[in-house]
Design a protein around this ligand. Structure first.
Ligand SMILES: [Zn+2]
Length: 67
């Protein structure tokens, strides 16, 4: 089946037998990301984790200790 990347509109062809193709057909996921966009987002997410901006949980836990 042919799928269009949600972010860059690139058309990819998925083997109908893949889990991702089945999920898209069943509408269990309705967003397809091509490998390039997926990798880009994945890298950005890891980058943000590395810079420590996702520390809400830790900050909250510290606040609790001061109460
Ligand atoms: Zn894309």
């Amino acid at each position: 089946m042919q799928v269009k990347c949600t972010l860059c509109d690139r058309i990819d062809t998925l083997m109908d037998s893949t889990l991702q193709a089945k999920r898209l057909r069943n509408r269990r996921i309705n967003m397809y990301l091509c490998k390039t966009c997926y990798d880009r987002i994945d890298a950005k997410t890891k980058e943000r984790h590395a810079t420590g901006k996702f520390r809400l949980y830790e900050e909250k836990r510290q606040d609790d200790q001061f109460i």
